[in-house]
Every structure is written in structure tokens, then in C-alpha cells.
Design a protein. Sequence first.
Length: 262
Amino acid sequence: MEQIEYRDICGVPCIILDPSSEQLGQIILYHGWGSTIESYKFFASLISSWGYRVIIPELPSHGERGSLDYFDKETLQSNFWPVVFQGVHEAETIVAEAIQYGDGPIAVIGHSTGGFISAGTYAKDQQIKSAIVINGSCAWVQFEELYREKNGLNPMEASAKSLLQQNDPLSYIRMNQEKPLLLLHCQDDTSIPIDSQLYFINAITTEGKPADHIQLIEYPRVNHQITLGMLQKMKEFLDKTLLSQLRDGRTLVQSRHDGSQH
């Protein structure tokens, strides 16, 4: 059985699960809108059983950090981006904790709102080695514009659009990212439609060739869920990316050790 610990990290309530077997890496797992860290314990336990230390941070205005009328449209519109921005900002301290207390390379995983936070953290933090975004978005400006168009809202004000552009993962990833990124998305998702992810993939495609390190897998006839097929792809991706980085790190340490013997 994995070990479960509750810990505040710079004011952010977290659940931390340490695997019962050898630790192969670390995962920061972000839950979705209206959910809590408690409801993600089973998901985290599954990932931990694969050999990874898992940290589940509580989102702002969720769980112990307060509550909202999550499914009221006006509440969603006024609170969604502040929650995402704050979550990405707080990730810096979560990553620092992972480096201090855990072992191995670090990846982020998030679903829905957590997917937005994972995308932002992946784009901004060089300590993050890979990411999985489930039913989220890596093209924030495009997502917001499509959302407003779909819901008959006025276009963004210039200041709001500028702020979103400054934080949009697409801007960072397009410029200088070569880290592995897996996007899993339900084709019939009505909460976070797949359109902005398709836009993202097209935007980072150069000369008709998509980036080798970024993959989008679509799941037909499914609406805003995490499926068994997604879980399988997640494990394959983590084993391929984090384990290779873990082996590379150990090889580097060993070579330095061997060199010091001469």
C-alpha cells in the first residue's frame, strides 16, 4: 500500500501519495472545476501504483480553500481564469517541494480546469519534464474567444486579452519547448470543446509536420470524461518519458562517479 500524507505547501492543502515500490518519478495531479483533492485520491492511488510519487494540490476556491456556485454561468465566467492563473503561480512552490522531498523527474497531469493549470505549468516551468493535459486547453486565447462566441458574449476587452496572451501556453510552447506533451480529449466534450486543442496542434505544426514531442489523441463519442483508454495511454506515456529521463539521470550520475575514481 502507498503511504498517504496531508500537507500544506505554502498555504496550499495537498495530498501526497508515496508508492510502495521504487519511486520512478513524481506527478503533480490537478483536479477539475468543482472537484476536490479528496475526490482525486483514487485516481492518484492508481498513478502511485505505477511507481510514481503523486502530489494533489487543492485548487483556489475549492475544498478547504472555499467554495463557489461552480455551475452558475456568471460565477464560472468571473472566477475561471483567476483560479487557473493562481493555480499556475502556486505550482512553482509545489514543484520546489517535489524537488526537495521527492526523487526523479517531475511531470504534471490535469483534467479540465486542472488541464489548463497543467498546460500553463508545463509551459512556464523548466523543472517540469513532461505533461498530460486531459480535456483541457493549451491555447487559452483561442479557447476564450470560442467560448464567448458560443455563449453570445462580447469579445474580450483589450486588457483582458493581453493578460491572457501573456500567460497563454501556446506562446511559450511555440517559441522554445521540446518537452514531451500528451493531449487526451473527448471529441464530444461540451464542457471544454476540443476545438482549441485542434487549433493548438495546427499552430505548432511547421511545414505540414506536427512536433514529434507533442501528441493529441481524440476519443470519439465521449463527453468530458477520463476513460480507461486514457489511463492506458497515460501509463505508456509516463513510462516512456519519465523512465527514460530517470535512466539518463542515473547514467549521468554514474559517469560522474566513475570519472571521480580516476
